[in-house]
Design a protein around this ligand. Sequence first.
Ligand SMILES: C[S@@+](CC[C@H](N)C(=O)[O-])C[C@H]1O[C@@H](n2cnc3c(N)ncnc32)[C@H](O)[C@@H]1O
Length: 252
Amino acid sequence: MALWAAVQRKRLFPRARRLAKRLLVRWNLFTHRRDESVRRWRAVLVGARAGHVVIPSVALESSRREADDFATRRLVRAGDRVLDVGAGNGRQAIGMVELGVASYTGLEVVRRSVDWANRAFASTGNVYFDWFDVYNQMYNPHGSQEPEAVAFPYPDGSFDFVVALSLYTHLERLAVAARYASETARVLRKGGGAFMTFFKSPPNALTTSAVRTVFAEADILRIVGEWFVIEDVAGCETTAFHDQWRLYLRKR
Ligand SMILES: C[S@@+](CC[C@H](N)C(=O)[O-])C[C@H]1O[C@@H](n2cnc3c(N)ncnc32)[C@H](O)[C@@H]1O
């Protein structure tokens, strides 16, 4: 496990990791071939070649669990307009669609993920992905826009819920995270819900690595608290690679 964590942390052997993940996706679909829900979303769960590739049954289970968590906390409900910032290949859309949201919009910097996800979700009807050509050292190293100054391409108050899972954990600089938090608040209606995750210090050591950015807890509270009431927090009690600090937020 320590070796695997080191491989992830340093992003070692990227091609081998990607190939291994694709094989795992195929194997997982085979072992879950009788699972009704995996079959229902098969077209969406298989075939993502770019960006953040996830294992089908894990993606499905986590997407549903997270949607249920957000709904239980009344951050999102059926009929809402949802924005997913750093949407990847649309993992989160599954739980949102099953919850009955009016629309799901994914904003994402990896062009191939956006093109692929728009095709994969084409028959779903209310799921769309927009390409955001913003620089990120790991995910979009040729991005044309500097992230500190970007504006999300949506009008003020146009969403009821904004989710950003494992996005701020890649944003490299606090000024970028601050900009994304303020843009999230701008595109949310008053009283709308938001969810963000961070790695915080302590318990982690500070880093500006796009593989795993860590901000100081006080800085996170300051940039988020400027726009949001923090209704609850969870996680990030360890330095384990995926143990993120989950913030459940409400726009002031
Ligand atoms: C770890 S993945 C998480 C994907 C998705 N949120 C999920 O939970 O499955 C992080 C995503 O953030 C995207 N990303 C990185 N930098 C970004 C930026 N500056 N603006 C928007 N998205 C970004 C990456 O391309 C990647 O798809």
